[in-house]
Design a protein around this ligand. Structure first.
Ligand code: NAD
Length: 295
């Protein structure tokens, strides 16, 4: 099969490279960043001139794009996938969107005879590189089954959640929980710092004790090393939290904890940290208390 991959950044890049390594499919990539494209063509992919070029040449078109507006532009905009792909093409979106965006895009695709799976992913860049991410899929079960081998070629676990919208729903719920855990981790580490405890030993305890979570592990690794280079940008985490809170509002679920974490993210973005890693929420505490938390 010919697989098109649009958006080969922090997550899309390693996922695309795993398809190239682990399957015999021909892979065609497009990204606005030439460096991101090169990291895939170096492994054997070919590059395309535009979204339309990818979409018209491929049997399956995959996207991993930053925000819903860009997903809508690349899919339903002029010269987008819906305009350019052949009827019968399968479109798989790995980006994190709202369920409403996923449904809207799926309708636009269906009108052109394109079948869509929304398939947001979780696990971060390290697991994307290792091919062990989890993929949560919304969409028609037959289309899901047909494309399962492709999804498995770059992941450790693939779960069909139900119809279109349920993949995004699972992803937003998961990320809201992970960000709450990260924010609690930032507070915990600052208490540790002020107490004078050995932070490396505290970290070793937490990683083997009941306070451990993926949110803690991601944040503490970056904070203790003092490296806030984005593998998951704060701007993208903020987008996910905004979509999760919107979903909670729509469902009439009152939030106590998540809105506080959203305020922390807003503060960090206000400090100019949007393109830093999402772990940079720690900088809000560090700046307020004039104290860095490093191993
Ligand atoms: P990223 O910014 O590193 O990558 C996005 C890529 O899309 C970039 O290379 C960019 O040049 C490209 N792009 C943007 N607009 C484009 C366009 N119009 N046409 C073609 N290419 C375009 O972001 P990322 O961290 O890889 O995140 C991608 C998606 O995955 C987001 O929806 C994010 O929320 C989600 N996600 C990220 C992580 C993570 O740890 N980074 C984890 C899970 C899910």
């Amino acid at each position: 099969m010919k697989i098109g991959f649009i958006g080969v950044g922090n997550m899309g890049g390693p996922m695309c490279r795993n398809i190239i390594r682990n399957t015999n499919h021909e892979v065609v990539v497009f990204d606005l960043s030439p460096g991101a494209v090169k990291a895939c063509t170096d492994l054997g992919a070919s590059s395309a001139a535009s979204v339309a070029d990818v979409a018209s040449r491929c049997d399956v078109v995959i996207t991993s794009l930053p925000i819903p507006r860009i997903v809508e532009e690349v899919t339903l905009g002029a010269g987008g996938i819906a305009d350019s792909a052949k009827p019968g093409t399968v479109f798989i979106d790995l980006s994190t969107n709202s369920p409403a965006t996923a449904k809207h895009v799926a309708e636009g695709m269906a009108a052109k005879g394109i079948r869509m799976l929304e398939a947001p992913v979780s696990g971060g860049t390290a697991r994307a590189a290792a091919g062990t991410i989890v993929i949560m899929v919304g969409g028609d079960e037959t289309v899901f089954e047909q494309n399962l081998p492709l999804l498995k070629s770059f992941s450790g676990e693939v779960i069909h959640m139900g119809g279109i919208g349920y993949g995004s729903t699972a992803k937003l719920i998961n990320n809201m929980l992970a960000f709450c855990n990260s924010a609690a981790a930032a507070e915990a580490l600052m208490i540790g710092k002020r107490s004078g405890i050995d932070l490396t030993k505290l970290d070793a305890v937490i990683r083997n004790a009941s306070g451990m979570s993926a949110g803690y592990a991601n944040l503490s690794a970056k904070v203790l090393a003092g490296d806030f280079t984005a593998t998951f940008a704060l701007d993208l985490a903020h987008k996910d939290m905004r979509l999760a809170l919107q979903m909670a509002d729509e469902l009439g679920v009152p939030g106590m904890i998540a809105p506080q974490v959203m305020s922390l993210m807003r503060m960090a973005r206000g400090m100019g940290l949007g393109s830093s890693d999402s772990a940079a929420i720690m900088r809000v505490y560090e700046t307020a208390l004039n104290e860095d938390v490093r191993a």
